[in-house]
Design a protein around this ligand. Structure first.
Ligand code: HEM
Length: 203
Protein backbone atom coordinates (compact mmCIF):
# COMPACT_ATOMS: atom_id res chain seq x y z
CA UNK A 1 0.00 0.00 0.00
CA UNK A 2 2.76 2.44 1.00
CA UNK A 3 4.73 1.52 -2.15
CA UNK A 4 1.63 2.18 -4.28
CA UNK A 5 1.14 5.60 -2.66
CA UNK A 6 4.87 6.35 -3.16
CA UNK A 7 4.47 5.64 -6.89
CA UNK A 8 1.27 7.71 -7.16
CA UNK A 9 2.87 10.63 -5.37
CA UNK A 10 5.92 10.25 -7.65
CA UNK A 11 3.60 10.75 -10.64
CA UNK A 12 2.28 14.05 -9.24
CA UNK A 13 5.77 15.32 -8.37
CA UNK A 14 7.17 13.90 -11.63
CA UNK A 15 4.67 15.94 -13.68
CA UNK A 16 5.75 19.12 -11.90
CA UNK A 17 9.47 18.28 -12.17
CA UNK A 18 9.18 17.51 -15.88
CA UNK A 19 7.70 20.98 -16.46
CA UNK A 20 10.23 22.50 -14.00
CA UNK A 21 13.21 21.06 -15.90
CA UNK A 22 11.77 22.09 -19.28
CA UNK A 23 11.39 25.57 -17.77
CA UNK A 24 15.05 25.50 -16.65
CA UNK A 25 16.24 24.49 -20.12
CA UNK A 26 14.84 27.81 -21.36
CA UNK A 27 17.87 29.40 -19.67
CA UNK A 28 19.62 28.53 -22.94
CA UNK A 29 17.47 31.24 -24.54
CA UNK A 30 18.34 33.78 -21.82
CA UNK A 31 17.05 34.78 -18.39
CA UNK A 32 14.04 36.67 -19.72
CA UNK A 33 12.81 33.62 -21.61
CA UNK A 34 13.21 31.54 -18.46
CA UNK A 35 11.20 34.07 -16.44
CA UNK A 36 8.45 34.27 -19.09
CA UNK A 37 8.05 30.47 -19.17
CA UNK A 38 8.00 30.29 -15.34
CA UNK A 39 5.31 33.00 -15.26
CA UNK A 40 3.23 30.89 -17.67
CA UNK A 41 3.73 27.67 -15.63
CA UNK A 42 2.94 29.49 -12.39
CA UNK A 43 -0.62 30.04 -13.60
CA UNK A 44 -1.01 26.25 -13.22
CA UNK A 45 1.00 25.37 -10.08
CA UNK A 46 0.85 28.56 -8.03
CA UNK A 47 -2.60 28.22 -6.59
CA UNK A 48 -3.75 26.92 -3.24
CA UNK A 49 -5.02 23.54 -4.45
CA UNK A 50 -2.24 22.48 -6.85
CA UNK A 51 0.55 23.81 -4.64
CA UNK A 52 -0.87 22.21 -1.46
CA UNK A 53 -1.17 18.83 -3.20
CA UNK A 54 2.37 19.18 -4.62
CA UNK A 55 3.93 20.12 -1.28
CA UNK A 56 2.05 17.36 0.56
CA UNK A 57 3.33 14.86 -2.02
CA UNK A 58 6.90 16.18 -1.57
CA UNK A 59 6.67 15.70 2.22
CA UNK A 60 5.14 12.23 1.83
CA UNK A 61 7.63 11.20 -0.88
CA UNK A 62 10.66 12.19 1.18
CA UNK A 63 9.45 10.57 4.41
CA UNK A 64 8.17 7.33 2.83
CA UNK A 65 11.40 7.09 0.79
CA UNK A 66 13.60 7.41 3.89
CA UNK A 67 11.43 4.76 5.58
CA UNK A 68 11.93 2.33 2.63
CA UNK A 69 15.69 2.83 2.73
CA UNK A 70 15.72 2.12 6.47
CA UNK A 71 13.44 -0.93 6.16
CA UNK A 72 15.56 -2.60 3.46
CA UNK A 73 18.94 -1.64 4.92
CA UNK A 74 21.63 -4.24 4.22
CA UNK A 75 19.45 -6.16 1.74
CA UNK A 76 20.09 -4.24 -1.48
CA UNK A 77 22.14 -5.99 -4.16
CA UNK A 78 23.63 -4.72 -7.41
CA UNK A 79 24.40 -1.20 -8.64
CA UNK A 80 20.85 -0.05 -9.43
CA UNK A 81 19.32 -1.23 -6.13
CA UNK A 82 22.01 0.58 -4.15
CA UNK A 83 21.85 3.63 -6.42
CA UNK A 84 18.08 3.79 -5.86
CA UNK A 85 18.60 4.17 -2.10
CA UNK A 86 21.46 6.69 -2.39
CA UNK A 87 19.70 8.84 -5.01
CA UNK A 88 16.45 8.68 -2.99
CA UNK A 89 18.18 9.87 0.16
CA UNK A 90 19.83 12.73 -1.70
CA UNK A 91 16.50 13.69 -3.31
CA UNK A 92 14.83 13.72 0.13
CA UNK A 93 17.57 16.03 1.44
CA UNK A 94 17.37 18.23 -1.67
CA UNK A 95 13.56 18.40 -1.76
CA UNK A 96 13.20 19.55 1.83
CA UNK A 97 16.02 22.06 1.51
CA UNK A 98 14.99 23.42 -1.88
CA UNK A 99 11.27 23.75 -1.16
CA UNK A 100 12.05 25.15 2.31
CA UNK A 101 14.30 27.83 0.82
CA UNK A 102 11.71 28.72 -1.85
CA UNK A 103 8.93 29.06 0.74
CA UNK A 104 11.27 31.03 3.05
CA UNK A 105 12.06 33.38 0.16
CA UNK A 106 8.40 33.95 -0.59
CA UNK A 107 7.35 34.58 3.00
CA UNK A 108 10.34 36.42 4.48
CA UNK A 109 12.44 38.13 1.78
CA UNK A 110 9.77 39.84 -0.27
CA UNK A 111 11.64 38.74 -3.42
CA UNK A 112 10.07 37.07 -6.43
CA UNK A 113 11.44 33.51 -6.17
CA UNK A 114 12.26 33.39 -9.88
CA UNK A 115 15.45 32.04 -11.46
CA UNK A 116 17.53 34.93 -10.05
CA UNK A 117 16.58 33.71 -6.58
CA UNK A 118 17.39 30.09 -7.52
CA UNK A 119 20.84 30.74 -8.99
CA UNK A 120 22.15 33.91 -7.32
CA UNK A 121 24.57 31.63 -5.43
CA UNK A 122 26.12 30.58 -8.78
CA UNK A 123 27.36 34.13 -9.24
CA UNK A 124 28.69 35.15 -5.81
CA UNK A 125 32.03 33.55 -4.88
CA UNK A 126 32.56 31.14 -3.16
CA UNK A 127 28.92 29.97 -3.06
CA UNK A 128 29.09 28.29 -6.48
CA UNK A 129 31.32 25.66 -4.83
CA UNK A 130 28.21 24.58 -2.95
CA UNK A 131 25.38 25.38 -5.37
CA UNK A 132 26.76 23.85 -8.58
CA UNK A 133 27.26 20.34 -7.08
CA UNK A 134 24.06 20.73 -5.01
CA UNK A 135 21.89 21.26 -8.11
CA UNK A 136 23.99 19.05 -10.41
CA UNK A 137 23.55 16.00 -8.18
CA UNK A 138 19.85 16.75 -7.65
CA UNK A 139 19.13 16.45 -11.38
CA UNK A 140 21.42 13.42 -11.72
CA UNK A 141 19.83 11.77 -8.65
CA UNK A 142 16.44 12.29 -10.22
CA UNK A 143 17.45 10.38 -13.36
CA UNK A 144 19.27 7.66 -11.37
CA UNK A 145 16.09 7.20 -9.34
CA UNK A 146 14.03 7.06 -12.52
CA UNK A 147 16.43 4.49 -14.02
CA UNK A 148 16.15 2.30 -10.89
CA UNK A 149 12.35 2.53 -10.96
CA UNK A 150 12.34 1.66 -14.66
CA UNK A 151 14.63 -1.30 -14.00
CA UNK A 152 12.28 -2.63 -11.32
CA UNK A 153 8.98 -1.98 -13.11
CA UNK A 154 10.14 -3.59 -16.37
CA UNK A 155 11.63 -6.68 -14.65
CA UNK A 156 9.07 -9.14 -16.14
CA UNK A 157 8.74 -7.43 -19.51
CA UNK A 158 12.19 -7.26 -21.14
CA UNK A 159 15.53 -9.05 -20.86
CA UNK A 160 17.92 -8.10 -18.11
CA UNK A 161 20.59 -6.99 -20.59
CA UNK A 162 18.17 -4.59 -22.31
CA UNK A 163 16.88 -3.29 -18.97
CA UNK A 164 20.42 -2.49 -17.82
CA UNK A 165 21.26 -0.78 -21.09
CA UNK A 166 18.12 1.38 -21.01
CA UNK A 167 18.65 2.25 -17.33
CA UNK A 168 22.23 3.30 -18.16
CA UNK A 169 20.92 5.41 -21.05
CA UNK A 170 18.46 7.21 -18.71
CA UNK A 171 21.37 8.05 -16.37
CA UNK A 172 23.54 9.33 -19.23
CA UNK A 173 20.66 11.56 -20.46
CA UNK A 174 20.36 12.91 -16.89
CA UNK A 175 24.06 13.72 -16.71
CA UNK A 176 23.91 15.53 -20.07
CA UNK A 177 20.82 17.56 -19.06
CA UNK A 178 22.31 18.41 -15.67
CA UNK A 179 25.64 19.52 -17.17
CA UNK A 180 23.81 21.67 -19.73
CA UNK A 181 21.75 23.31 -16.97
CA UNK A 182 24.77 24.00 -14.75
CA UNK A 183 26.61 25.59 -17.70
CA UNK A 184 23.51 27.62 -18.59
CA UNK A 185 22.98 28.84 -15.01
CA UNK A 186 26.68 29.74 -14.75
CA UNK A 187 26.36 32.00 -17.78
CA UNK A 188 28.28 29.82 -20.28
CA UNK A 189 25.69 30.39 -23.04
CA UNK A 190 24.93 34.06 -22.36
CA UNK A 191 25.70 36.66 -19.75
CA UNK A 192 23.62 36.54 -16.55
CA UNK A 193 23.50 39.68 -14.39
CA UNK A 194 22.02 38.93 -11.00
CA UNK A 195 20.13 41.99 -9.67
CA UNK A 196 21.70 43.43 -6.49
CA UNK A 197 18.75 42.53 -4.24
CA UNK A 198 19.28 38.83 -5.08
CA UNK A 199 23.08 38.72 -4.73
CA UNK A 200 22.70 40.67 -1.45
CA UNK A 201 21.33 37.42 0.07
CA UNK A 202 24.91 36.10 0.00
CA UNK A 203 26.83 39.23 0.87
C1 HEM B 1 18.31 22.47 -11.65
C2 HEM B 1 18.31 23.42 -10.77
C3 HEM B 1 17.07 23.99 -10.14
C4 HEM B 1 16.81 25.31 -9.95
C5 HEM B 1 17.72 26.47 -10.33
C6 HEM B 1 15.51 25.41 -9.33
C7 HEM B 1 14.89 26.59 -9.02
C8 HEM B 1 13.63 26.73 -8.47
C9 HEM B 1 12.93 27.97 -8.26
C10 HEM B 1 13.48 29.33 -8.62
C11 HEM B 1 11.73 27.67 -7.70
C12 HEM B 1 10.62 28.66 -7.32
C13 HEM B 1 9.55 28.62 -8.39
C14 HEM B 1 8.49 29.68 -8.22
O1 HEM B 1 8.65 30.60 -7.43
O2 HEM B 1 7.50 29.64 -8.97
C15 HEM B 1 11.67 26.24 -7.53
C16 HEM B 1 10.62 25.54 -6.98
C17 HEM B 1 10.59 24.18 -6.80
N1 HEM B 1 11.51 23.28 -7.28
FE1 HEM B 1 13.25 23.71 -8.18
N2 HEM B 1 15.00 24.15 -9.15
C18 HEM B 1 15.92 23.25 -9.62
C19 HEM B 1 15.80 21.88 -9.61
C20 HEM B 1 14.80 21.19 -8.99
C21 HEM B 1 14.73 19.75 -8.90
C22 HEM B 1 15.79 18.80 -9.46
C23 HEM B 1 13.59 19.46 -8.22
C24 HEM B 1 13.06 18.12 -7.82
C25 HEM B 1 13.82 17.09 -7.54
C26 HEM B 1 12.93 20.71 -7.89
C27 HEM B 1 11.74 20.83 -7.21
C28 HEM B 1 11.09 22.01 -6.93
C29 HEM B 1 9.83 22.10 -6.19
C30 HEM B 1 9.01 20.93 -5.64
C31 HEM B 1 9.51 23.48 -6.11
C32 HEM B 1 8.33 24.13 -5.37
C33 HEM B 1 7.25 24.61 -6.30
C34 HEM B 1 6.31 25.56 -5.58
O3 HEM B 1 5.52 25.10 -4.76
O4 HEM B 1 6.35 26.75 -5.83
N3 HEM B 1 13.70 21.74 -8.38
N4 HEM B 1 12.83 25.69 -8.03
Amino acid sequence: MLHKLHRMSALVIGTFIFAHLINHLFILGGVQQHIDVMDAFRVIYRNLIVESVLLLCVAFQASSGVYFVWKRRGQREGFLEKAQAISGLYLAYFFLNHVGVVLFGRVFTGLDTNIYYGIAGFHVAPFQLYFVPYYFFAVVALFVHLASAFNWLSRDKITEALRSRLAFLIIVIGIIISTTLMLGFSGAFGEINIPAEYSAIYE
